[in-house]
Design a protein around this ligand. Structure first.
Ligand code: GLA
Length: 395
């Protein structure tokens, strides 16, 4: 069942009434600029045509009841119980509930009303697949609470980027993942048929067209990861360590964004081995995105794709967030006709690859990639041609 139907029918069953509203917030695929958002770099994601859907209505009491239709589970909390990650009865919240509870917490911190909600949500963004299922849950709930605040007359309306920042705060301070802004941004601000170019320092952004004859193909290795595992936070810590050391030599350095490749090469022996590798990925990835964007604008999509391939090698060898299955998926893709560029997308450690493919052969590419991947790994992948989509909204 499509999640939109699932949330509506589950809402009726659980709450014995019609949902007042249905909203959705998409996942995202990132095309270039990986693990650079928290280093003030540039990212180039797109919101995808898979989303978290939420059916909701104001609750009758102070207690919010959240149903995760995909898991057949529910959680309930009142505002008072949010910061301790417990249900209204004191039992621990399930992990999936951290994301909406975190958003409620972040809204409260910002002095914005969080009306009690009856909500059912479900998603066709696979969890742990590098497509930002958690950001899509956060942004769906942010739209839901914003909608209810208007209904209850305590109205607040935030621009999408502000909702994204609150989602990031929820993730950083409540869930405990030190992520950057990219995922919530893409989910909140997505534009149909466009790539989104975000400067993660100034938060200025613009759209770039997906070239007419190019398809974005997402290939899911079917291997799942957990972002909360700590590896992500360790990588971020290494970047911060590098900034601390490099800024002793380059006083204007606030983030790895401020370090040129030449300066980095000159000073790299000051950094401990692992820190050097992680930071080198970031410094070079930011330089790659500076080179790549004009190529995209000029329609030089082959050269652009080549840079995506370089990005994958760097994530594999320097940043070390790839896994064998992602490498196999990328190697096969890069060997197939019509493939312009292929790399892992998102945090890594499992999940999906992003591929730019000539549209005319995209179907054949997807079929052949699936066949060869399954032959080599014994795993059944899911491969689909994705359509860049609008961001979080009421339906
Ligand atoms: C995760 C994080 C993002 C970003 C990517 C890697 O998706 O949530 O902020 O850092 O990893 O680019």
């Amino acid at each position: 069942m499509h999640p939109k139907e699932l949330v509506t029918s589950t809402f009726r069953q659980r709450f014995g009434k019609e949902p007042a509203f249905v909203a959705l917030a998409p996942g995202r695929v990132n095309i270039l600029g990986e693990h650079v958002d928290f280093n003030d770099g540039f990212v180039l994601p797109a919101a995808i045509d898979r989303a978290t859907y939420i059916a909701f209505a104001p609750a009758a009491s102070q207690r919010s009841t959240l149903v995760a239709a995909d898991f057949g589970e529910e959680a309930s909390f009142t505002l008072a119980s949010i910061p301790t990650k417990t249900n209204a009865d004191g039992a621990p919240l399930a992990e999936w509930a951290y994301y909406p509870a975190g958003v409620a917490w972040a809204l409260t911190e910002a002095d914005l009303a969080v009306p009690a909600i009856d909500a059912v949500f479900a998603s066709n963004v696979p969890q742990g697949s590098g497509l930002s299922s958690s950001a899509s849950i956060e942004m769906a709930f942010a739209v839901a609470w914003q909608t209810l605040s208007a209904v209850e007359g305590t109205g607040w309306v935030l621009p999408p980027m502000q909702r994204a920042l609150l989602g990031q705060k929820a993730e950083n301070k409540y869930v405990g993942v030190n992520c950057g802004i990219m995922d919530q941004f893409a989910s909140a601000c997505g534009v149909a048929d466009k790539l989104l170019l975000l400067d993660c320092r100034s938060l200025e952004w613009q759209t770039l067209p997906v070239p007419e004859d190019v398809a974005i193909v997402i290939a899911d290795t079917s291997v799942r990861r957990k972002l909360t595992d700590g590896e992500y936070n360790k990588r971020r810590q290494a970047c911060e360590d590098a900034v601390k050391i490099l800024s002793q030599h380059l006083p204007n350095v606030r983030a790895l964004r401020d370090v040129s490749v030449d300066d980095f090469n000159r000073l790299s022996d000051q950094l401990p081995g692992v820190v050097e590798k992680r930071a080198r990925h970031v410094v070079e990835e930011i330089e790659r995105s500076r080179r790549a964007i004009p190529l995209l604008e000029q329609g030089k999509i082959r050269e652009f794709g080549q840079i995506m391939n370089e990005c994958h090698a760097s994530l594999r060898d320097l940043y070390e967030v790839s896994i064998p299955e992602l490498n196999v998926m990328v190697e096969i893709a890069q060997s197939l006709p019509g493939c312009l560029g292929a790399r892992l997308t998102g945090a890594g450690f499992g999940g999906c690859t992003a591929n730019l493919v000539e549209k005319s052969v995209a179907e054949a590419f997807a079929t052949e990639l699936a066949t060869q991947y399954e032959r080599k790994t014994g795993l059944k992948p899911e491969i689909y041609i994705c359509k860049a989509s609008d961001g979080a909204r009421l339906m």
